[in-house]
Design a protein around this ligand. Sequence first.
Ligand code: ADE
Ligand code: ZN
Length: 337
Amino acid sequence: MSETTYTKIHGAPKADLHVHLEGTISPELMYGLAQRNHVDIPFDSPQAIASAYEFRDLNAFLQVYYAGLRVLENQQDFYDITMDYLKRAHAENTHYIEFYTSPQSHIERGVPLAQVLDGIFAGCDDAYSKWGIKANVIFGLQRHRTEASALAAIAQAEPHSSRIIALGLGGPERDNPPSRFVRAFERARELGWRTTAHAGEEGPADYVSQAIELLRVDRIDHGVAAQQNARLVIALAARRIPLTVCPVSNVKLKVFDKLEHHNARYLLESGCVITINTDDPSYFLANLTDNLYQTSRALDLSDDQIFQIIWNGFDGAFCDDASKRRMQQALNEYWHG
Ligand code: ADE
Ligand code: ZN
């Protein structure tokens, strides 16, 4: 059994590269915003919201996630959800976050994109001044929509382009292959954005290959299905393409039946750049420390392997190199000091 304690992982400087802002909404905040904005939700208390969190698979979860995000209506709401999460992340010593957001879900409800982004950016700025935690924003396309919708959303984001760190792709994976979004990812590169895509979460290894070869992504979100193709695992390792793995999410959404059967250790020992992340922490009831600790116990990871995974979180980040090195130095001093 791994000897590394919860307290040691909790105190370590960490990065979360795969967290959906709309998946951080606590039952309390969801309930409060529903009341503030007069949005109908089928729950009469925060406890009732929390007790509804049981999911059959990714699609069943996304129904709940897309319903929950309807309580977010204006700039203040986006500011509040950002600050609320960054405060909690800072409390577990997360130093760096890349927030996925789902702008098409807000645009389609008539929420101006500027309100969404300005609220999030203001939250990121204030959290940085108050607590020193740095957060960047990934513009997350939804793969069940058309590429025309993706390109229109990107066009709307252009005035804010310099503050967006990357383009991402999420949503229901089955039958929505990466190959449908080639032009959107080309546009992102023209805008100077980095790129990442969910692939191989519920979908096949071939979607991981498509994301790499056709979308030319810098990073893969999840990617656990890569194990189905040994040559792909070798390529991921050789090209050092980071995988933002979310083990607790994978169990909650039935990608693996239990954490003991997760393949994070296999991928790590195959030479892949594995990071561990939260995905939708309020829905899956696990913060970053929980994800790291539970995974290390279930897979019997060594102290060095846990260190490597946390280190990889900074390596795989889209921020500047000097910031990465500074955060890695802090991690090294904490872990080995
Ligand atoms: N959006 C929010 N969480 C997601 C997940 N786990 N997979 C795909 N899209 C998502
Ligand atoms: Zn995700």
